[in-house]
Write a protein that binds this ligand. Structure first.
Ligand code: SPV
Ligand code: MG
Length: 552
């Protein structure tokens, strides 16, 4: 077993350790408010070394009030996304701890499980009210009772470095410095790791007075929302540990979202907004979409989708005036050209990449979502050269999956494709056991001789092609190839080369596809046979068009 080489770098620290370092750095540090995964990520990218999951903004993003209307588990759910999206520590604004000592114990355990570095609890009663709403009316917790929440929380933490910050609301409730200091002292003695001293004044007078008296008994955190005009230098010189920008991500978003919504409502078009909003690409970047693409490369089986080639160059003169203006493949049966029926069968089997070889009246072959290759010599060439055209064009494209080949005048039920797909062989053909019907009608057909005739045993035995062509004697015929062939991705290079070779021979200018099958067998390749009965139709005559109507 090879050891992991020493990278020379320090191991990444735990988030709890990193939060402790911020608390004790001796410098003024900053936390940015975040209220979901993407705001947390944006905050980290901007360089913040820690984040404040604020109660006000977490509730607001749910569209509810900062009065414990969102349950603590709903907060916890969101915190998990935030912690997953970032590597910096998160301090949760845990309101009052959502109850008494017992709720705080459980909260601390759950936060540790979700990768949250620290929690701040405030000395008020559940359900709390935001400090900036009628602060004077707010009731503070009994000191002893609040200390029981702190002690229980500290006893519950499994990681020694998890921090519990205690928030003193004495100034908010109008009790003054004496009460604030008394409370801070009690909380410190109960095990608090730092004091958040809050004030609703528009000057820092209260928090500065507190800090001066408290000195360095423990780190002091502040939320300068109301005294925002205070120069940061003043806060730094006073020796605060952490300043929290507690609601600015949400406030920034609200302003931009209101402008965007109003503009779109008014203008009813996107033009004037486009340059003022982040690109969709930027959303993908923040979500880490490229990492998923790379992972898909690593983990997913490489599954190149199957393709199909439909040979549809010939006119079909036997259909008379029906094919004056269009080739046979575009003759309509039940309101849809034959080609449409064929494409529907392919699509139903999940095959969307379909190339049609056109010849006669190519402009009339124009169904959407298909690729087209034209055989300009269609009038005096045949299937083999049309297929060669298509394979040469396809070879210029991207990686190939399995290839299905069929004719523009042969419609079939979709299950026939599925039968071909099931066999793990390079070359597979569908053979109709009900071949005598075509003999009786005296039409040309691609008869085949196989390694054994159809029987109930061929369900589980491997049947291979032995010979294909119109010249087989009646006693040799085991069925009629319906013109549907599957070439696997691994057989495609050999197949393409063989078709090219045969097509290049002048005597094969009017060559047929069954010649390729014959040649594959002659060269020792295995061509597997799937026996089926009926469920396809070769449209050669006006009678066939009528029959196709009931088939489709
Ligand atoms: C919060 O951000 O939720 C806070 C700070 O608790 S304040 O809104 O100022 O109370
Ligand atoms: Mg709050």
């Amino acid at each position: 077993m090879s050891a992991i080489p020493d990278s020379g770098f320090e191991q990444p620290q735990k988030k709890t350790t990193r939060f402790r370092q911020l608390l004790d750095s001796g410098e003024l540090e900053f936390l940015l408010e975040a209220h979901n995964g993407i705001t947390a990520k944006i905050g980290e990218e901007a360089g913040f070394k820690g984040l404040w999951a604020g109660g006000l903004c977490m509730s607001a993003q749910y569209g509810v009030r900062d009065s414990n209307e969102a349950s603590w588990t709903q907060v916890l759910e969101m915190l998990e996304f935030m912690a997953d999206a970032t590597s910096v520590p998160i301090l949760l604004d845990g309101d009052t701890g959502y109850g008494n000592f017992n709720n705080v114990r459980r909260l601390v355990r759950k936060l540790e499980q979700r990768g949250i570095a620290a929690v701040c609890i405030e000395d008020k009663l559940y359900p709390k009210t935001n400090s900036f709403i009628d602060g004077n009316k707010q009731q503070l917790a009994e000191i002893d009772e609040f200390c029981s929440r702190i002690k229980a929380g500290k006893d519950a933490q499994a990681d020694d470095e998890f921090a519990i910050i205690t928030r003193v609301e004495a100034f908010i409730a109008g009790w003054g410095l004496g009460e604030a200091l008394k409370r801070a002292e009690a909380y410190h003695a109960a095990g608090s790791d730092g004091i958040l001293i809050h004030s609703a004044l528009n000057t820092p007078a209260e928090v500065l007075a507190f800090k001066q008296e408290w000195a360095d008994r423990s780190p002091v955190l502040i939320v300068p929302t109301k005294y925002y005009a205070t120069p940061t230098e003043v806060l730094r010189e006073a020796g605060f540990s952490i300043a929290i920008w507690a609601n600015h991500m949400l406030r920034a978003a609200i302003t931009t979202m209101q402008e965007c919504a109003e503009t779109l409502a008014r203008e009813q078009n996107l033009r004037s907004i486009e340059d003022r909003v982040a690109s969709v690409k930027e959303i993908f970047r923040l979500q880490g979409a490229s990492e998923l693409q790379a992972a898909e490369e690593r983990y997913l089986p490489k599954d190149t989708p199957a393709q199909a080639i439909i040979l549809a160059a010939s006119r079909g003169a036997a259909l008379g005036t029906l094919t004056d203006e269009r080739p046979k493949t575009m003759v309509e049966v039940r309101g849809q050209p034959l080609l449409g029926h064929i494409v529907t069968a392919y699509n139903a089997s999940g095959i969307k990449d379909i190339t049609v070889v056109r010849g006669y009246r190519p402009e009339a072959v124009n169904l959407p979502a298909l690729k087209y290759v034209d055989n300009p010599d269609f009038a005096d060439t045949s299937e083999l050269l049309s297929l060669d055209c298509a394979l040469k064009t396809a070879a210029e494209g991207e990686a190939h999956g399995d290839l299905y080949i069929s004719f523009g005048d042969v419609i079939f039920k979709r299950y026939i494709l599925d039968g071909l797909a099931e066999l793990a062989a390079d070359f597979v053909i569908a053979v109709d056991t009900d071949w005598s019907e075509s003999v009786n009608r005296g039409r040309a057909a691609d008869y085949v001789r196989c390694s054994e005739p159809y029987s109930r045993h061929t369900f589980y035995r491997e049947v291979n092609l032995e010979a294909a062509g119109e010249k087989l004697g009646d006693d040799e015929i085991h069925g009629e190839w319906m013109g549907v062939l599957r070439v696997s991705a691994s057989g495609l290079a050999l197949f393409t080369a063989l078709v090219g070779e045969l097509a290049a021979q002048p005597e094969n200018r009017c060559g047929k596809l069954h010649q390729v099958l014959d040649e594959l067998v002659r060269r020792g390749q295995t061509v597997r046979v799937v026996y089926t009965t009926g469920h396809w139709l070769d449209v050669d005559s006006l009678d066939d068009v009528l029959a196709a109507g009931s088939f489709a």
